[in-house]
Design a protein around this ligand. Structure first.
Ligand SMILES: Cc1ncc(COP(=O)(O)O)c(C=O)c1O
Length: 400
């Protein structure tokens, strides 16, 4: 009998972290590898945010804080939700956690019983199904397709709902597809949800500030206010403020749920870092102008990557409205042979081929629940992206 818990058998390690680790190992072994696997901005955390953290240390904010966030941090989150999303919350409706992933974990741990279903549109962020499984729930995967722009239609949502549905996880803009739902598309999904009062909505807005052109970001509780009492609106500083290492996520929702999440947190991690909370106050209440400047840089990179991948034989690459990912189809490469004679049977074979033969690390679509695709994170330099896409073009042209 194993010493380890059987609950580990329900989940797998994060595929995105695995690819990043493998790329780092190959690099350490002297290989020239370009990593397109990591989901973090290559920008640095802005100085005014770092300064606030240094000041917090100097001022002695180095002790335990209230379990689910300092009053100052909760007030900054309240201000953000009001200013950017038109959502009004009190402090007892706000939770601050050690990263957005932790927010999701607390919410699922606090609510799921055996047999409870959680609807997750595919392609999905790799951690959703595993967190649901770890919490003892059942993920119900609702597949979308390249034809719907990787978006869930109201019919698809309706078909996935059962009497056992507890949550609908809604991530826009999406990791891994970049798909971003318009206000009308959100309202159409909201109309379905209004007919099913037992379903709660987990709105993962972490890519809110990374959208392009005239796309206008909206969140579910804002578009359909009648859903606000059963929506947990989640966000974090990682992606917008280039603060992945600071580990702060937060959410606003029903006070009873927020209290239950604090109970879980009080017996696991306790408060998120006091210093990171101080930095978060500076991030959410300080200057915001760099957000659109950085989004413009990401937009140029998106356009570069889409146009170069579209030119690769066998690849088709939609142009999404947000996040820093594209999710090209490799349907035209499957069944072909590599120069060494290996037949590409899956998207996993494809990413193995481009990593081992061309030194480009990306994540296969199966990890995100929708094949045959792969995910490219373009949160890296223009030079690296240009070279990586050139190598992918070469890899595709050598398939027969
Ligand atoms: C869709 C989505 N939600 C949540 C997170 C969690 O972010 P963090 O835990 O770094 O705040 C990520 C990070 O990759 C993500 O892509």
């Amino acid at each position: 009998m194993s010493f380890l818990s059987t609950s580990l058998d329900r989940i797998k390690p994060s595929a995105t972290i695995a690819v990043t680790t493998k790329a780092a190992e190959l690099r350490a072994a002297g290989r020239d590898v370009i990593g397109l696997g990591a989901g973090e901005p290559d920008f640095d955390t802005p100085d005014h945010i770092k300064d606030a953290a240094v000041q917090a240390i100097r001022d002695g904010h180095t002790k335990y804080t209230a379990v689910d966030g300092t009053p100052a941090c909760k007030d900054a989150v309240i201000e953000k939700f009001q200013r950017e999303n038109g959502l009004t919350f009190e402090r007892n409706q706000i939770t601050v956690n050690s990263g957005g992933k932790h927010t999701i974990y607390n919410a699922m741990m606090a609510t799921l019983n055996a047999g409870d279903e959680v609807i997750i549109p595919a392609p999905y962020w790799v951690s959703y199904p595993d967190i649901v499984l770890l919490a003892g729930g059942t993920p119900v995967i609702a597949p979308t397709s390249i034809d719907t722009g990787f978006k869930l239609t109201p019919e698809m949502l309706e078909a996935a709902i059962t009497p056992k549905t507890k949550w609908f996880i809604f991530n826009s803009p999406s990791n891994p597809s970049g798909a971003a739902y318009s206000e009308n598309e959100i309202r159409a999904l909201g109309d379905v949800l209004l007919r099913h009062p037992h379903v709660h909505i987990f709105a993962d807005d972490i890519y809110e500030h990374i959208t392009y052109g005239d796309f206008a970001f909206k969140t579910m509780a804002q578009v359909v206010p009648d859903l606000q009492p059963r929506t947990l609106t989640m966000n974090g500083v990682a992606k917008a403020y280039a603060m992945t290492g600071w580990r702060i996520g937060y959410a606003g929702g029903d006070p009873a749920l927020i209290k239950a999440m604090a109970k879980i947190q009080s017996q696991s991690t306790s408060n998120p870092s006091s210093i990171s909370q101080a930095a978060t106050v500076a991030a959410l209440t300080g200057p915001q102008d760099f957000l659109s400047e950085r989004a413009a840089v990401f937009q140029d990179r998106r356009d570069l990557v889409v146009s170069m991948l579209e030119q690769a034989d066998g690849i088709s690459c939609p142009r999404p409205d947000g996040a820093f990912y594209v999710y090209p189809s490799v349907a035209g490469c499957i069944g072909k042979h590599t120069p060494s004679g290996k037949k590409l049977q899956s998207d996993e074979d494809f990413v193995t081929y481009i990593l081992e033969d061309f030194g480009v690390a990306a994540v296969h679509g199966a990890a995100f629940g929708l094949s045959p695709h792969f995910r490219v994170s373009y949160a890296t330099s223009t030079e690296a992206l240009t070279e990586a896409c050139r190598r992918i073009q070469e890899a595709c042209s050598e398939l027969t």
